[in-house]
Ligand binder design. Structure first.
Ligand code: XLS
Ligand code: NI
Ligand code: NI
Length: 440
């Protein structure tokens, strides 16, 4: 079903690094064979429905600035369907193989849960047809458990069991529609699962409730045969002052405490990493070290602003390091790179939506190729291996295998080893090595 919501913009194609066409890819050639697969299948780019088709540029100081031509009519469900036609036209023209949504992004919330569910069913039937017609697939679904005022004190961590029950009913439905649409993952981002003040909060009880909620989700997925990967998306704050899924490390502790680690992996968002005081690469490495790297919400923050600005990421250096760690971990499996990023408030034209994603996709494609090259040459990895080589020797290996204790090591130092010889960490040399790949 071809539509015409972007009449002036044709399908974006690859023209190579030297092109001067702002509506062309310079590094992302979806059908290029890279490392044994088409680039589009390696990168699995996804469009975030909430930003690109529901975001209108509101901020705390003013209303929306972005007015889309398809946003007209009286019946919210038919507007939702027309909007979805526009969205799939965009996915196709930008050559993104996936999209991702919250339940309330795609269909309007009704006056009752039953009405909301009916609205969702109608739009999901439409989505199913559009997916079939275009070949675009669902990377993940999720439920919006943070916008409606009923969730002001949390969803699964709400002090009122009534709200917990409502949230459970909403996620039940969101899981069903994600399964219907063949979603490859399902995301839990706990935007309001946290607290504003401990004066009114039972922290332990709220964490227990969150765990109970996630166990119910695991059980229900089994009941309905939903095979997608469950993902936790950590974020330290915003909208809530302190969120329970603060970062990957606290997420791992939470999952293990409650016996959930077999069922979840992490969806890591660049801007959430930096809000938590970490680099993007750090969060990737922490998840990978636990075997829990799942997917990426691709965006960037602003070093001068302390909130989730959700920008498209032009920083090829940061992305190359991230890609390097993702490749080292063996890739993302069923995950992908979802552009959880939005236009700046004054970027009001339809073309801006294209420029934004072209930039994001090109940066990732370039970073991916650079990271492949760095790995193929192996200089960085060899440096790190050499740095730890003493653990491959006799007593080093015994330390790793926990075959030696403090007494043995004391004896070893006193009788044989003596004082260790300092070795340079060579950071500046390594920075230069990295630069040699970035500016070749
Ligand atoms: C907000 C989150 C959100 C999740 C999905 O900061 O990034 O958009 O990705 O609920
Ligand atoms: Ni996100
Ligand atoms: Ni975010």
């Amino acid at each position: 079903m071809p539509t015409h919501h972007f009449p002036k913009i044709k399908k974006i194609t690859y023209e190579g690094p030297s092109t001067t066409n702002p509506l062309a890819f310079r590094y992302y050639d979806p059908n290029e064979m890279v490392a044994g697969k088409k680039l589009k299948d390696q990168l699995r780019f996804s469009i975030a429905y909430w930003h690109s088709f529901r975001g209108v540029g509101t901020d705390p100081f003013g209303p929306g600035t972005i007015v889309r031509p398809w946003e007209k009519g009286k019946d919210p469900v038919s507007i939702a369907k027309t909007r979805m036609d526009a969205a799939f036209e965009f996915f196709t023209k930008i050559q993104a193989p996936f999209y991702a949504f919250h339940d309330r992004d795609i269909a309007p919330e009704g006056r009752t849960l039953a009405e909301s569910n009916r609205n969702l069913d109608k739009v999901v039937a439409h989505a199913k047809q559009l997916q079939k017609a275009t070949g675009v697939k669902l990377l993940w679904g999720t439920a919006n458990l943070f916008s409606n005022p009923r969730y002001m004190c949390g969803a699964a961590t709400n002090p009122d069991a009534h709200v917990f029950a409502y949230a459970a009913a909403q996620v039940k439905k969101a899981l069903e529609v994600t399964r219907t649409l063949g979603g490859e993952n399902y995301v839990f981002w706990g935007g309001r699962e946290g607290y504003e003040t401990l004066l009114n909060t039972d922290l332990k009880r709220e964490q227990d409730h969150l765990a109970a909620f996630l166990h119910m989700a695991v059980d229900y997925a089994k009941q309905i045969g939903f095979k997608g990967q469950f993902l936790i998306e950590p974020k330290p704050k915003e909208p809530t002052k302190h969120q329970y899924d603060f970062d990957v490390a606290s997420g791992i502790a939470f999952l293990r405490t409650y016996g959930l680690e077999k069922y979840f992996k992490f969806n890591i968002e660049t801007n959430h990493a930096t809000l938590a005081g970490h680099t993007f690469q750090h969060e990737i490495e922490v998840a990978a070290a636990a075997g829990l790297l799942g997917s990426i919400d691709a965006n960037a923050g602003d070093t001068l602003l302390g909130w989730d600005t959700d920008q498209f990421n032009p920083d090829v250096r940061e992305l190359t390091l991230a890609m390097f760690s993702i490749l080292k971990a063996g890739g993302l499996g069923t995950g992908g790179f979802n552009f959880d990023a939005k236009l700046r408030r004054p970027s009001i034209d339809l073309a801006d939506l294209f420029y934004a994603h072209i930039g994001g996709m090109d940066s990732y494609a370039l970073a991916y190729k650079l990271a492949l090259k760095i790995r193929a040459e192996g200089k960085l990895e060899k440096f790190v291996d050499d740095r730890y080589a003493s653990y491959d020797g006799d007593y080093g290996k015994a330390i790793e295998k926990r075959r030696l204790g403090f007494k043995d090591l004391e004896k070893l130092v006193l009788r044989k080893l003596g004082e260790p010889k300092p070795k340079s960490g060579r950071q500046e040399y390594l920075e230069n090595l990295l630069s040699s790949y970035l500016h070749h």
